[in-house]
Write a protein that binds this ligand. Structure first.
Ligand SMILES: Cc1cc2nc3c(=O)[nH]c(=O)nc-3n(C[C@H](O)[C@H](O)[C@H](O)COP(=O)(O)OP(=O)(O)OC[C@H]3O[C@@H](n4cnc5c(N)ncnc54)[C@H](O)[C@@H]3O)c2cc1C
Length: 308
């Protein structure tokens, strides 16, 4: 069975009713259309400078952590401290390399390598705000330190030839206290930017979209959409978001902050080793984080009526 979203049909219907609107990938929303205190759609501009307005029954802000909605003070953005930023880059992967997710600890940085079949998506966590200072030390120095943390990758550390290939992720952990106002709903990173710990930002964003579909398709189709329907999406997604962010904040404080400051995580290397072994070697403890990462604290299922 191929899932197809009625919500997409609804959006397409909405767009078809707007004669000025053409679905183009270079169209950016530039602001909300607000009438009588209610969001009624967006103003937009294409890359060639053409501007227009798109009206909508409900505007869903899924425009990431730089969302236009975050400029609305009534949604109250709450920020949490982050001890690190992340550098992302790629290295070739060889057939006899380890597989899956591989971690490594270097001198005041931490690496996570994600197996992408023919390449490694490499993350190096560095102390927050030290990007410029560390880049000034030179690429060669960084790749040498990186190879010390992951010695089996040393044979290809010259694959990165320029700092342009190393992208900075300004790590943020925040959330809106309110994800909605009349006519508007925020989901995904727009509602909550996640730390890279666990690599679950995309999972939460997709789960938010599934929950939004489940709660909104019927009232949108029946023309009965009210604020309570929109509120339900936040009520449903809030516990998972808060629980995940709490775990990430705990990992920041207990693991990453001490490690990046040159102190030992958990205070004692033997204890850190015991805890790692406990989680990785216990079948049940292993499954809990896997389930949590895959499905979140509350598993979201699409409504049966949205599957054809
Ligand atoms: C370098 C990096 C690596 C990451 N790695 C991982 C990972 O391994 N695993 C993981 O789970 N998460 C990862 N994340 C986080 C993950 O990408 C996000 O949590 C996830 O993509 C959020 O999805 P989203 O749809 O809410 O927002 P986004 O994916 O940010 O999508 C927002 C979309 O809205 C568009 N947009 C923005 N502004 C406007 C506008 N004004 N008008 C119209 N369109 C607009 C953007 O172009 C974009 O297409 C990573 C993030 C970064 C930056």
């Amino acid at each position: 069975m191929v899932p197809q979203w009625d919500l997409l049909d609804l959006l397409a219907d909405e767009a078809a009713r707007e004669p000025s609107f053409h679905l183009r990938m270079d169209t950016a929303a530039t602001g909300f259309l607000v009438e009588g205190g209610r969001v009624r759609g967006v103003h937009h501009r294409t890359a060639d400078g053409t501007t227009g307005t798109l009206r909508a029954t409900l505007t869903v802000a899924c425009d990431g952590r730089g969302s236009l909605a975050r400029r609305l003070p009534e949604l109250r953005l709450e920020r949490f401290p982050c001890p690190m930023d992340a550098w992302w880059f790629r290295l070739p992967r060889h057939a006899d390399d380890p597989s899956g997710l591989v971690g490594g600890i270097g001198d005041r940085f931490f690496t996570a390598l994600i197996d992408r079949d023919d390449y490694w998506q490499c993350a190096a966590l560095i102390p927050k705000g030290t990007d410029a200072e560390r880049r000034a030390e030179g690429l060669e120095r960084f790749m040498t330190r990186f190879a010390e943390a992951a010695p089996w990758l040393a044979d290809r550390s010259d694959a990165v030839t320029s700092w342009d290939e190393v992208k900075l992720l300004d790590v943020r952990l925040d959330r809106l206290r309110r994800w909605h106002r009349p006519g508007l709903l925020c989901i995904g990173d727009a509602a909550h930017a996640m730390s890279p710990v666990g690599g679950i930002g995309i999972n939460l964003a997709v789960q938010d979209a599934v929950a939004a579909a489940r709660h909104l398709v019927r009232p949108l189709r029946e023309g009965t959409l009210g604020l309570n329907d929109v509120r339900r999406v936040q009520y449903r997604r809030w516990p998972t978001t808060v629980a995940t962010q709490r775990l990430q904040r705990l990992a920041h404080a207990q693991v990453f902050e001490p490690l990046l400051a040159g102190r030992t995580a958990f205070g004692d290397p033997a204890r850190a080793k015991r805890m790692t072994e406990l989680v990785t070697e216990s079948r049940w403890l292993n499954r809990v984080p896997a389930y949590f990462i895959g499905y979140g604290a509350l598993r979201e299922r699409p409504p049966a009526e949205s599957l054809r």
